[in-house]
Design a protein around this ligand. Structure first.
Ligand SMILES: [Zn+2]
Length: 268
């Protein structure tokens, strides 16, 4: 075993240890959250609006609600990896794992899609993309207390750019906070050399431009970069990203007072 191998093995050990610590913290948080949720009563959520009797922003059904949005789907494959895998598949796999992890520790999840399909059903040719985005936005607007985490992949003309990048919605000041937790957690657990800053989303990102709750788009990596595309092709790396996102969302949750989750959006 040479130095590099030792380093890699140690990195792996540290990563597992950090995950173990996160998991203990989250378990304790989940117990507390479950208790509060039990006191407030149960609700189930699947792209549905808030149930009467639970105040927005309070723990409903065991925990804070998170919208997990797997980008693209169905005919819309998104970007294609240099290895040929469509973005939609990688987005969905990370999203499904993230949602599963979130539920395991007491969050309620609202998934915009759980299969390889468009959101909101098939629309006439020419309006498919917009219909899909509108359906996602409808889910977001119907759940104004739930932060939205949209999962995507990047692609560039040059194979050089790499690294996870987070965009945040400018409509809610907490979007930036959530984005920063994700950026930091990614550097801490997955990509120590990633120097990409979080960026405000422009009107080009439909959901970010219109969402009123805290909303971020996580471009998990560049499908045009050989090294990163190869990593994203592995379940191990996708699980790592999902675990990292869970840690970041949990930290956001722990640091943002419950009452503030439902802060009215800024008008602009
Ligand atoms: Zn995309």
């Amino acid at each position: 075993m040479d130095k590099t191998e030792t380093g890699t093995a140690l990195d792996a050990v540290f990563f597992v240890l950090k995950l173990a610590v996160i998991s203990i913290v989250l378990t304790l948080a989940a117990i507390a959250i479950s208790f509060i949720g039990w006191k407030l009563g149960q609700t189930t959520t699947k792209g549905e609006a808030e149930t009467a009797g639970t105040a927005p922003g309070m723990f409903a059904g065991g925990g804070m609600r998170i919208i997990v949005d797997a980008g693209h789907g169905g005919r819309d494959g998104g970007a294609v990896s240099i290895t040929g895998t469509p973005e939609k598949t990688l987005n969905l796999e990370i999203s499904l794992t993230l949602a599963e992890l979130l539920r395991a520790v007491g969050f309620e999840t609202i998934e915009t899609r759980t299969t390889d399909d468009v959101v909101g059903g098939e629309a006439p040719k020419g309006s498919r993309k917009l219909a899909d985005l509108k359906a996602r936005l409808d889910i977001a607007l119907a759940n104004p207390d739930a932060p939205l985490v949209s999962i995507h992949m990047n692609k560039f003309a040059s194979p050089l750019p790499k690294g996870l990048q987070v965009w945040y919605s400018k409509n809610n000041e907490r979007s930036k906070l959530l984005a920063e937790y994700i950026r930091k957690k990614n550097v801490e657990l997955v990509q120590p050399d990633n120097t990409r800053d979080i960026k405000p989303a422009t009107s080009a990102i439909y959901l970010m431009h219109r969402a009123t709750a805290p909303a971020v788009t996580v471009e998990c990596g560049f499908l045009s970069n050989h090294e990163e595309a190869a990593l994203l092709e592995t379940k191990e790396y996708r699980d790592k990203l999902a675990a990292m996102l869970l840690g970041a969302i949990a930290e956001y949750h722990n640091n943002v007072p419950a009452d503030d989750h439902a802060e009215p959006p800024q008008q602009n």
